[in-house]
Design a protein. Structure first.
Length: 100
């Protein structure tokens, strides 16, 4: 069974606030999930070949061709990047939007 401290830590990682009632509920539910995962680890897979993909399907992607009705300005990329206040190696440089 998970501890109160572990449940609060998970809630903090998920950036959610939980009540004491929810804490008890999640303690039971998460403990049951983790117990099930531990059971899966006990399954004997010694003679089972690993599967990387089960359907046999393959991604079919289109080639990156320009539309014939689309006019391409060869200098557009350079013009746009030249207008950026900060750039590096042909890319526009922006401030970080995700914090650790």
């Amino acid at each position: 069974m998970l501890t109160e401290k572990e449940i609060k830590h998970v809630a903090q990682l998920a950036r959610i606030k939980i009540t004491e009632k929810e804490e008890e509920k999640f303690k039971k539910e998460l403990s049951a999930i983790l117990d099930y995962i531990n059971k899966l680890g006990e399954v004997n897979t010694e003679n089972v070949d690993p599967l990387y993909q089960v359907t046999g399907l393959v991604n079919s992607m289109r080639s990156d061709d320009y539309r014939r009705d689309f006019v391409i300005d060869e200098d557009l990329n350079k013009k746009l990047i030249d207008q950026a206040p900060d750039k590096e190696e042909g890319f526009i440089k922006v401030k970080s939007v995700l914090n650790k």
